[in-house]
Structures are given as structure tokens and as C-alpha cells.
Unconditional design. Structure first.
Ligand code: NOJ
Length: 805
């Protein structure tokens, strides 16, 4: 690989990112999760866990804004009985010590951290098993020295057990309800809380309920020699995780608590002959409170059976292999290969389940699941690998749609509530997501499924979809443009249109694109009258936009309630916005000459060598009639950073326009391993996209933030798959329409589609930049390249050979 990173590299098969120096510029994290239980794991053993909702049902604690950062964690300490020397197997929280070896391997659904110090090598694999609400810390300890070693091993986790927001804002009160006892029969700490806050918002009202679970924490393959259930007893006065008193003494105090900060600390003794390796595992398992002992006995027994932990880890690996097998590409670009075959896909699996909620930058306290985000994220890995889960998720989201077609903006799973903010775009992501699902799966029967509306009544999926359009079209301004409302996709243009008059041009492009897709769908299912209605709405919108919104060299971004324009050459700041150009091209609204000019203007005014800015010049004057974007420092976030979600839409527009070289050049510079190679500047993980990278308008140009939970993951993945490689799902089959850069001789891909497989090879003998196939054969038989390829029957493979013009 021509790209290096000072802190780590991809494994040869691309399936792992291997961190070799723990002093990364930020915690570089990973996720492991199943349907209910989720764990975030940093490369030094940090991270938190939760069950179903990171706000309402937090299990392990993360301390916000603390120093040192990334505390506490899932810590494992080794103490040498002869010398009393202590070190952590994951570097933190004893990072001031010298280590002889450190390596962290983040893979799909697991993280393995290996360290060596003082002749003790420890490898810890953290993972959440596929089926049970639990996390496992599998430990391998090896004596690499020549003497027998008498060791103590301590595991430690700090617990919340309930509402994380309440934990933060009502700490002293929350502490009165914790309860941790040691169950001698199960050899496990049993931790619970006799109080659970599930208020829909912040409130002093006391819900009269207990946390309905018990967290059982025990060893697999080791005896408990001592334990602590209270943090104070374990850590000791005026100490921290770096030097707990319990570990210094070599024996834990046996604390059981009925108030205070709960923890789960266990101790076992390990003797290792020279060269000997011993294995043990720490298990944290959630069980229902009513049947706590019985359920814990069962679950612990499951994992205490011979080979059970290893099998559970194998199952995790198999699960991800089956996901990744749905698509494998071989392009001339090794970085793209690793991103498309593994990491972008894995990132979209994470965003599908974590939304913009459970992350190191989104602390899991505020956002819940955004409907806008959810309906985009479902287009990623899950759609190819587990379309049934996508179907279920769409049904869940439709449950937050009102009968008039509007929606909540976000929702929280446990309380089944969210906010209705009035963002103008949110309702329209509903049809977007449904149509993505339908094109990929061909599951048109889904349209007939009945789902309840949030405010009562029910309708088929088709009605839900149609009502979203009806609602959005009924909300247009007098001039026929979408209202801005308290924000569109851009949450920080939040005061442009609160009066109900402001108009969004990105919204117009997005609406037009959805109308065009709806025309295709309704035509396909034979509802010509709806198709015609949407076609007329599209035509009217296109005409209005072109009449009112062309600024001379680009499209304006919108109009305020006052009628003043934003994103125009008339403005001195925020003169041009990327989204108003890209979506006019993506939606086909822009006549060719205007589309070309708009994209040229982006190149002239917004390009940087790390990607295009969201807008330019960034705002330097606070404008309360625009909002948050103007309050943000120039060059960061939505005030003119390289905002990767929007940047991905620009690349898409370039591909749609057929500009193969320009699109790929933009795309490549933004791939995380490329833009992230200057790691000390970039800061975040080089294996997943980040929400934004600072632009030259900020002194830190090139600094990334908000990694993992960003829509740029799914759009970068889909753009490369659907437009660069050109494998686009249609209702009739997969259309092959690549848009290659001229220096690519071709590519190969194996793509699963509705149960069958296309095995594709495209050659580019004339170094074409752009679109256009001259020939296409299916199993050796010529096929019209302008037509979708027939769907391979389930279990069969079609060999596709195509030649670029
Ligand atoms: C992040 C939010 O999660 C996303 O929904 C939004 O579209 C972007 N910020 C842009 O403001």
C-alpha cells in the first residue's frame, strides 16, 4: 500500500487495523454489538457499553470531559506477587510505564490488545457474542521469561446500570439506589439499581420503577479469589484507576454496596511456568431482575462450558465474513479495495445500529436515532447482507410517521418517543429509504404491509410513502419551493426559515431527486396516475428552481424568511454552498450547461487538496437570521469545513455528470487512509470516515472530528459501488454503468444481488475517463449495455464481461 500511517496499518487481508503505537492522537475505537447489547472499545481498553439505548440503559460508564481522557475502561491488571509490580494488559490506565510490546487489532466485531511487560505477555480480546446480552473479555496470559511467575489478575469495570443522562446530572441522588452483591454459588458479582429513570426528557419527576436487570460479572476458567462491588473500596481515597488500593494490596476488600458508585472488580491467582500460557475470560451478562439467579446461572454455565467462548468468537467472525462476502471488489487502487471490501461497509453497519448516538463524539445522551440518518444508513452493509433487518427497521421508523406524512425528527427506542422539530427534509428521507430497499431487494410486496402511524390509524407502506410526498408537496411556499423551516439537511442553518417563508435550494434538489425516483417506482408498479402527478411536480419544481435560483455561475443556497438570499455572489460570506450545486446535478434539475458551470464554480471556489469545503468563504460575522453555522469558528463543522457527507454528494454529482477523472481524484483524496496519513494533524481513525475535516479557513487545516457516526460512510460506499463501479440496482435488475478514471485498466467485482451473484469484469482498453460501455456479455451472451442485467436466480452466478468505450 502506498499510504503509511505512523500509528498503524491494515492487516494483509484488510480485515484488521493494527495499531502499533498506543500514543495515537485520539482514542481510536471499535464497536462490538448484537441486537441488544453494544460495546465501544478503544485501543487502550476504554469505552462504554449499553443495552438497546445508550442514554436510557447504560451499563459501563464513560467519564465525559475527564482527564486523562478515555476513562474508565475494561481494565485488566497483572500484579507480580514477588515484586508487587503492577501493569495493565491494555496499556491504559498504567500508560506511564514502559512496555516491551503493544499492539491493538481492531477487527469486525472484536478488538484484540496485546502487550508485554516484565516477561508477561497478555492478549485480551473484547467482544459481544452474537446472541446473548453480554460482553466477553477473553484473556491469554503467557510467561515469556525463564522463571515461574506467581501472579494476581484483576478485572475492573465501573458501572452505571441505568440512565446515563441521569447519572451525569443527578449523581448524588442516583447513588442511593445501587446494589452490588457477590453470589457465592455463581461466583459472580450481581449488580443492579433499584431505580430507573426513563423520563422522556429531563425531569425531576421520579419514575416509580427499578432497573429491570441484573448485571452478572464472573470468570470463565478461573476462581474468584477476592472481589469489590464498590468503586470507593476498590480505588481507595485520593487514587485513580492507575493505582487502585485493592490491587496494591494484592487482595480486594470484598465490598458489597447498597449505595455509592458500583463497580465490578474480580481477582484471581495465576501461576505460569516458563513459556506457559493460560486462558480465562471475564463475562458481563445482563439478566432479567425477576429471574436473576436462575438466568445468570444458565448464562454463566453456557459460557463456562468447554470451548464456548472460543465458539462465540468464531461465530462473530463468521457473521462478519458472511456480510463482507456479499461484495468483493478488485480495483487498481488498494486503498479503495480495503475500504469497499471491509471498512466502509463495516462503518455503515455501525451507523445502521448506532445512528449518530453512541460514539466518542456523540456521547449517547442527546440524539437518539435520527430518522434522516437512519433512512440513509440502511442503504449500507445491512441492505446487502441482512435485508430483513432493514425491512424491520423501516417498519420501526414508519411507526414514528404521523398520519399527515410528517415525522418525528428522532426517536429513543426504550421510551418510544422523540422530538418533532419540523426540519424540512426529515419526512422525505422516509420514501428515500423505502425506495433504496425496494430497488435492492425487489420486495414489492412490502408496499402492501400495514404499519401504524405514530398518532393513530394505519396505512400500507405504500400509503406511508405517498403521504410523505403529499405532506412535503403541501408544504411548499407560494413560489413552489420547499420551506427551509428550522433546518434542512444542514442542521446549522437553523434560523433561515423559522418564520415559514424561507426556502431551501438543497431541499429543492433533494425533493426533485425523490420525485424522479418515485415516478420510476409508481410506473413500475403500474400506478400511472401517481407517477404522472410526481412527474408534473418534478417539472414544476425544476422550472421554478431554474427561474428563481440561478445566480449566474451557481445556484443560490436559499432565501431567508425576509426574502434575502444566501449562498449568492451578492453575499460577502457564505457566497457558494456545495449542496445547492451537487443536488441540482444529481436530481437532473440543472440543464447541462448550468450543471457544468455549477460544478466548475465549486472547483474554483471550494476545492482544497483534502476535499471540497461545504461553503465558502466561511462566515466570520454572526448572523442570527442564519443561525448556528455563523456562530461556529470559520473552517470547522458546517461553517466551511470539508464536511464529508456533503463532499460525498459532490463526488456523486461528478460521477452523475460523467466526469470520471475529476470524481475519482476528489474521492481518493478523501478516503480516510489517504486524508488521515498525516495522523498527528488528522487525529481520528484512518480506517473510517469522519464527519468533517477542517478546511484552509481554519488554522488546523486537515484536522478531523466526529469519526464513525457520519452519513459520509454510507454515501462514500454507495457512490463508489453504484457510480464509480456503476453497479446500480433497478427494479428490473442490476444496471452496469461504470464511470472510471482514465488510468484504470478496469476492475473486477463479485456482487450479491437478491440471492444470486454477478461476477463482473470490466476492462477499459482505451483509457476512457467517464461512462459508456461498448459491449456487455452475460455468461458469454451479448446483452444491451443500456439495459439492466437480469436478476440471477438465487444461488446462481452470472459471469459478466464488459468493455468501456
Ligand atoms: C450531523 C447530523 O447527524 C446530520 O443529520 C446532519 O444532516 C448533518 N450533521 C449536517 O448538519
Amino acid at each position: 500500500m502506498d499510504i503509511q500511517n505512523p500509528y498503524g496499518h491494515f492487516s494483509d487481508d484488510g480485515r484488521e487495523f493494527v495499531i502499533t503505537d498506543p500514543r495515537t492522537p485520539a482514542p481510536w475505537i471499535n464497536y462490538s454489538w448484537n441486537d441488544g447489547y453494544a460495546a465501544l472499545v478503544s485501543h487502550t481498553g476504554g469505552g462504554f457499553s449499553f443495552y438497546v439505548d445508550p442514554r436510557d440503559n447504560r451499563i459501563l460508564r464513560q467519564r465525559y470531559n475527564g482527564l486523562p481522557w478515555d476513562r474508565p475502561g475494561r481494565y485488566l491488571y497483572v500484579r507480580d506477587r514477588a515484586s508487587g509490580a503492577v501493569h495493565s494488559l491494555t496499556w491504559c490506565p498504567t500508560e506511564t510505564l514502559d512496555y516491551d510490546f503493544y499492539e491493538c487489532r481492531h477487527g469486525q466485531g472484536y478488538t484484540t490488545i496485546t502487550t508485554e511487560r516484565g516477561g508477561i505477555r497478555g492478549a485480551v480480546t473484547y467482544f459481544v457474542p452474537r446472541t446473548d446480552p453480554a460482553e466477553l473479555w477473553q484473556i491469554e496470559l503467557t510467561n515469556t521469561g525463564a522463571e515461574t511467575r506467581e501472579l494476581d489478575l484483576f478485572s475492573y469495570a465501573e458501572l452505571i446500570l441505568g440512565n446515563a443522562l441521569n447519572d451525569l446530572i443527578n449523581q448524588p441522588n442516583d447513588k442511593h439506589f445501587s446494589d452490588v452483591q457477590f453470589d457465592a454459588e455463581l461466583q459472580a458479582l450481581m449488580a443492579t439499581r433499584h431505580y430507573w429513570v426513563t423520563n422522556r426528557g429531563v425531569s425531576v419527576a421520579q419514575p416509580n420503577q427499578a432497573w429491570p436487570y441484573v448485571l452478572a460479572v464472573g470468570f470463565v476458567g478461573a476462581e474468584v479469589a477476592s472481589f469489590d462491588g464498590g468503586r470507593e473500596a476498590f480505588i481507595g481515597r485520593w487514587r485513580s484507576e492507575s493505582n487502585p488500593i485493592g490491587i496494591e494490596k494484592g487482595k480486594l476488600s470484598g465490598s458489597e454496596i447498597t449505595h455509592g458508585d458500583p463497580c465490578a472488580a474480580l481477582h484471581t491467582a495465576v501461576t505460569l511456568a516458563p513459556g506457559e500460557t493460560k486462558k480465562l475470560t471475564v463475562i458481563l451478562a445482563m439478566v432479567p431482575k425477576e429471574t436473576a439467579q436462575e438466568s445468570a446461572r444458565e448464562l454463566l454455565a453456557t459460557y463456562r462450558a468447554d470451548g464456548a467462548v472460543e465458539s462465540a468468537l468464531e461465530e462473530v467472525r463468521r457473521y462478519w465474513t458472511s456480510h463482507l462476502d456479499t461484495l468483493q471488489v478488485e480495483t487498481p487502487d488498494e486503498i479503495l479495495n480495503v475500504m469497499l471490501n471491509v471498512w466502509l461497509r463495516y462503518q455503515t453497519a455501525v451507523t445502521f445500529d448506532m445512528a449518530r448516538n453512541a460514539g466518542y463524539y456523540h456521547g449517547g445522551l442527546l440524539f437518539g436515532t435520527g430518522i434522516r440518518d437512519q433512512m440513509q444508513d440502511l442503504w449500507g452493509d445491512a441492505l446487502l447482507a441482512e435485508p430483513n433487518r432493514v425491512r424491520e427497521r423501516i417498519i420501526e421508523v414508519l411507526g414514528y410517521q404521523f398520519a399527515d406524512g410528517s415525522t418525528l425528527h428522532n426517536f429513543f427506542r426504550i421510551v418510544k418517543a422523540g422530538e418533532k422539530t419540523g426540519h424540512s427534509d426529515t419526512p422525505l428521507w422516509v420514501p428515500f429509504g423505502i425506495m433504496c430497499y425496494l430497488r435492492e431487494t425487489g420486495d414489492l410486496a412490502f408496499l402492501d404491509q400495514t404499519v401504524k402511524f405514530y398518532d393513530g390509524g394505519e396505512g400500507t407502506v405504500r400509503e406511508h410513502l405517498a403521504r410523505a410526498f403529499d405532506y412535503v408537496l403541501s408544504e411548499l411556499t407560494e413560489r413552489g419551493l420547499p420551506k427551509f423551516g428550522p433546518g434542512d439537511w444542514n442542521d446549522t442553518l437553523d434560523y433561515v426559515g423559522r418564520g415559514g417563508k424561507g426556502e431551501t435550494m438543497w431541499g429543492a434538489g433533494f425533493l426533485a431527486a425523490q420525485l424522479r425516483d418515485a415516478v420510476e417506482l409508481f410506473r413500475f408498479i403500474g400506478d400511472q396516475s401517481r407517477a404522472d402527478g410526481y412527474q408534473s411536480a418534478y417539472d414544476r419544481l425544476a422550472a421554478t428552481v431554474n427561474e428563481l435560483c440561478w445566480d449566474g455561475d451557481w445556484y443560490v443556497r436559499g432565501f431567508k424568511d425576509s426574502g434575502d438570499v444566501i449562498g449568492s455572489a451578492q453575499n460577502t460570506e457564505g457566497r457558494i454552498f456545495i449542496n445547492a450545486q451537487s443536488w441540482m446535478v444529481i436530481s437532473g434539475i440543472a440543464p447541462e450547461a448550468r450543471g457544468t458551470r455549477a460544478l466548475e464554480s465549486v472547483a474554483e471556489h471550494l476545492d482544497t487538496d483534502k476535499g471540497p469545503q461545504l461553503l465558502g468563504p466561511a462566515y466570520r460575522t454572526v448572523d442570527p437570521t442564519i443561525g448556528l453555522a455563523t456562530r461556529c469558528v470559520p473552517g470547522k463543522k458546517e461553517n466551511g469545513a470539508i464536511f464529508n457527507h456533503a463532499a460525498a454528494w459532490l463526488v456523486l454529482a461528478e460521477w452523475v455528470a460523467g466526469n470520471g477523472d475529476r470524481a475519482w481524484s476528489l474521492q481518493r483524496r478523501m478516503l480516510p487512509p489517504v486524508v488521515g496519513q498525516d495522523a498527528d494533524r488528522y487525529l481520528t481513525e484512518p480506517y473510517v470516515t469522519s464527519e468533517y475535516v477542517t478546511s484552509p479557513e481554519h488554522p488546523t487545516f486537515g484536522e478531523a472530528s466526529h469519526s464513525w457516526l457520519t452519513g459520509s460512510g454510507v454515501w462514500t460506499y454507495r457512490n463508489c459501488l453504484d457510480w464509480l463501479l456503476g453497479m446500480r440496482p433497478t427494479y428490473d435488475g442490476l444496471l452496469l454503468d461504470p464511470c472510471l478514471p482514465s488510468d484504470w485498466p478496469g476492475f473486477k467485482a463479485t456482487r450479491r444481488f437478491r440471492g444470486g451473484t454477478y461476477q463482473i469484469e470490466v476492462t477499459n482498453p482505451n483509457s476512457t475517463s467517464g461512462r459508456g460501455l461498448v459491449s456487455l456479455t452475460l455468461d458469454g451472451v451479448a446483452h444491451d449495455p443500456s439495459q439492466p442485467m437480469p436478476v440471477p436466480p438465487p444461488g446462481t452466478t452470472i459471469a459478466v464481461r464488459a468493455v468501456m468505450r
